[in-house]
Write a protein that binds this ligand. Sequence first.
Ligand code: PLP
Length: 378
Amino acid sequence: MRFETLCLHADGNKKDEWGTLTTPICQSATFVHKGVGVPSEYSYTRLSNPTRAHLENTVAALEGGEAAFAFSSGMSAVTAVMKLIKGPAHVIASDDLYGGSLRLFRNVNTFEGIDFDFVNTGDINRVKLLIRKDTKAIYCETPSNPLMQVSDISALAALAREYGLLLIVDNTFLTPYYQQPIALGADIVIHSGTKYLGGHNDTLAGFAVVNSADLAEKLAYIYKTIGACLAPFDCFLIERGIKTLPLRMDKISANAERIAGWLRRRKEVKKVYYAGFKDSKGYKVSKKQATGFGGMISFELQSRALAEQILCKVKVFQYAESLGGVESLITYPMLQTHADVPEKERNARGITDAFLRISVGIENVDDLIEDLEQAFKK
Ligand SMILES: *Cc1c(COP(=O)(O)O)cnc(C)c1O
């Protein structure tokens, strides 16, 4: 089956005894044993649940993985995956990461004996130079958040294989519709399912997809032990979201392309970060490994005052954290996603007080552009 069809029929349309078309919400914490020492297929919802199993099978199929695990949030998925790495150890991670992942690595994992080096993973030679005897993994986001740095997944995978490292890719921004890291050689794919997979800004969720039975077994053990599982109703909502993932991504990407071009032509805008610009640094690699550019755009304005004005004046765009939903959102990374990054470091990387990030939704693009137009005006 092709991708759009898999989003709806990854289970091969196996039917339960009632012939339900949509996956029922199996709202049961526990399952009755059939006899002494004879459990049913499911025993306790922290380990597994029919609604969740259905969703996990779909996500594993979309990412081309051996198994998927559905977590209560993206951060719980990242947390569980990092538990596969036992300290003392060393991990090389992208230097432009989701703020929560950065906080986890720096302020939690470091104290569990994991030492991190942060680098632009788009620069393969610099990654290679950082590999040490105790290096266990490379962790990357591509395109990255919020600077849209692109990393070459197959080049990182070749390096990881050569040195026996795990390659972990956070695929939240492009989703498997546009980019499939496991096919490119990654070992583990992570998602904040809260974003494009769910797609409606109504549920938190996270996924980890692994490429081998060995990793699946190890992660299953961590999964059932730490208990950050996705509740059946939330599984239902995410599954419903996935059914329209390709449609939403196509519309979002087309809208984003128009808006990125519009922003670039504005004299008030100093710089636009968007993976789909032909003259952007990562464009060639993007074209090689992904089939679309997604809906994320960051831009730097001439002044902080204008950034604040835009945040106050937008009417269609909503000033809110998060991304990947049907509604267009605008965020102020300095005060929101990257509030924990020291100011000097933030500024050095270009995430200044005049820097905004937008997540383009599925509204009519002319309404979005008109909204920005009026928000830019004094
Ligand atoms: C939002 C996000 C996360 C964290 O996911 P939550 O569902 O908010 O816990 C991780 N990585 C990326 C790229 C994200 O955008």
